[in-house]
Ligand binder design. Sequence first.
Ligand code: NAD
Length: 480
Amino acid sequence: MSELDFFGHIIDGAEVESVDGGRFDVWNPWTQEVWAQAALGSAEDASRAIASSRKAFDDGPWPRMGRVERANAIHKLADLMEARVDDLARLDTTNMAKPFAQAKHDVARSVWNFRFFADHQRDNVGEVYPMDSGHHSYSEFGPAGVVAAISPWNFPLMMASWKIAPAIAWGNTCIIKPSEDTPASVTLLGRLALEAGLPPGVLNVLNGHGAPAGSSLTGDDRVDRVTFTGSSVTGKHVMASAATHLAPVSLELGGKGANIVFGDADLDNAVYWAVEAIFRNSGQICLAGSRLFVQAGIWDEFMDRFKGAAEALTIGDPFDPATRFSALASRKHFDKVASYVESVELEGGKILTGGVDDSGKWLVRPTIIADLPLTGRAYCEEIFGPVCVVNKFESEGEVVRLANDTRYGLNAMLFTENLSRAHRVASKLRAGTVWVNCFFIRDLRTPFGGVGDSGVGREGGNFSREFFTEPKAIVMQIDR
Ligand code: NAD
């Protein structure tokens, strides 16, 4: 057998091969080599994982455990992750060419997801509703059951932990299916969960493709909740599949974020965040600021500085500490992003800097586009790559209209030093999150999710509690 690393499924307390022994290749997009294999999940493997999580929920200790004990168990998992930060980050960097420093940052945020939801669950309170009728009512938040969680490849560990952490913290059992492009770090997470002593079946990892592995989870009536992060097209399939057995869904989908820079913005800050918003993670961020609107009076100066900052990003091997920007996550994704870049000039746009790299790497350089008609594909569709389409605007009303003219509504950013305008515009933008003078900053208590094609539902803090529990009202007669 090969010398390659192997990432199995984690099912019922052990790391296992697929029932039929199937495996698939795992690629390193920087070296363009296969560096590992993973178990190729079938419908039968999915069924095995569901049976295990079902048993762990119906008969196991996890949902019945005291909230302090459960929080402690999750903190123990977080401790083990902290001890293995470099290993977890190395897997994400190898698997998707994310610069290593950014991958370490993602691990830290993943650890925080576990710690936050462990404590949130431990310290949460129900509500009491005094009634005039001689009764009183109170609410209780019991676990919902078996959660199927399906995650994408752009933040392999972080996106998975964002789902797993609240699911298990609230006493559910969970099956995570990571993206077939990035199975490595989530499988290590599953191993660490066993090391931390989480009972078998509380966290199962099912590797494999969207179909049959993912679709076998979402369509199975032993699953009580489906939480999905991925593209809007897949999200519609997931919702339809979960609807066959009326499982509630939480969908975090694509985006086409508007980034608005007003004439009175602090330009150093606006340029810094404009670069982060579209070029971090090679633009493979649902929240990317891919539509940039710059007010006419500062156009020349802003564009000069933005272009200069984009060209100054150090491009290279993701393990080189100097690297800020690297390859796209897979050959397939490179082909998709390149096809958008190639469409730009055919549709009347101008590439001000960047474009498809001709080195043979799966690399699209930080790309800035102007003069593209508002009907252009690169302006209207989610590219999910380092491609920013910039437009000039004159007035506040005009830019709000432009920003809101999209099927997506995940997030928007605005840069201004005018306090009234900041509040006024933030409130008019049709988006799940609006960042003012910043980007990507999260408080895990706040709602996270999108409008329109960007998703269904919200997660974060009590919003996660509503989704991952069965809230119950208990009404009691007290006046007898
Ligand atoms: P994708 O939709 O192709 O795949 C996401 C996951 O769904 C993968 O694990 C895949 O195997 C699985 N899947 C595919 N078909 C399935 C099916 N029929 N049933 C069940 N599961 C199935 O998305 P991707 O390319 O991995 O990720 C990129 C997309 O994710 C972008 O659109 C991006 O905007 C979005 N995203 C959104 C957020 C958010 O929070 N809103 C965060 C990250 C990424």
